[in-house]
Design a protein around this ligand. Sequence first.
Ligand code: ADP
Length: 447
Amino acid sequence: MNWAMICALLLIFSVTGADVWTLYSHLQAADATQHAMVVLDRTRELLARLDDAETGQRGYLLTGDATYLQPFDFAKPDVQELINELKTLTADDAAQRPRLDALEAMVIRKFAELDRTIAMRREQGSEAAAAVVRENYGRNIMAQIRTLIATMEADEKGRIAERNAELKLSSGHAMQAAVLGDLAALSLLLGAGLVTRREMRARARADAKLRELVQQLTRSNRDLEQFAYVASHDLQEPLRMVANYCQLLQQRYKDRLGSDANDFIGFAVDGARRMQTLINDLLAFSRIGTNSRKLGTIDANACLGAAVKNLDAAIAASKALITHDRLPAVVADETEIIQVFQNLIGNSIKFRRETPPLIHVSAQPDGADWRFGVRDNGIGIAPEYRDQIFAIFRRLHPPDEYPGTGIGLAICKKIVERYGGRIWIESVVGAGSTFYFTLPQHPSSVL
Ligand code: ADP
């Protein structure tokens, strides 16, 4: 993900956040408007109930007919209930609450006036009651009540209008922000898409190039192996001839050619023998790639047993003690695994100290592999040589000190790597080494 994509995502998040906030404000405003509408409705209802009560009183005062008092009787509890409801609705409204208290006081006075005139009509007749009405006391209270209710209504209407105006403004801003933000995010995403596509194409080109290089390398490796195989194979015969004739020369003319010639012939025989050994080793090494493997599920314990048997003489001569864990079964060519064990254990015996070699072979699961270890108490290897020793004909000691051509570990590496495994060494100079190599646990991983 590149920077443009990150910016685009941040923008989209911000725009969405702003939209959510606007929506939340709208919901809150809708709640407040709904609240104001309810207050408006209840105040109108209150005024209507008071009108009913006053109409009932007028009818009774004029006619003395008690049925006119029915709306009056109903209105009284209704009005009280509406006042209580309005009190709850305006509980935290600093502007409306004092008005409502004043309204309640006026309503009490209005009902007291209505009660008084009704009682007067009942007890002293219509004239006495009409005289009280004419004082306009009741009419004045009603006028005050109407004014107060009108003020309350105007306040609520004003709030609704104010909220609507604010909402309109904030909606406009939110819309602008959303459109601009989304446009910017879209452009960034488009840009990011183009960049990503370009990067992907470049990567695909690089991958293809790498594949081609790997193919070339594999081809040239194969050619080299083939060459090494053919060369070592074809060189064997002439080399055998050179060695044989040098030996013949040595045997037949030993006493006739003088000591210098004898020495020279000796060097030639020696050289030819060494070259034969090298050529044989090279041939063994190149055969690993050319021979077809006989893959099967093999018991590593049996392979180790076979390797130990092959090393019988060296083990007896050095008094080596070889122990091992219970080793797993693996899918491999038996001969190759015997060869790996044989080369590693053979080296542990060869590169021993004065004390008899103690060699332990272990195996542990390591991810999808088995990790085998061959540990010894030999001379050890300095860190700087630990990679080099796996190269072909690479040795750290002259042949008269420790015999060998330097092919053993190269063969181990080639075998192990053909199974997709690795080989490496951990060592302490003067204390011993452990050679590790891995082989896949699952047969499907073995090609
Ligand atoms: P060679 O045994 O013929 O010398 P290898 O390829 O088997 O060839 O080993 C290469 C070099 O690695 C050896 O010459 C030796 O210096 C070093 N080496 C191998 N195994 C051991 C070991 N167990 N302890 C110490 N050094 C070792």
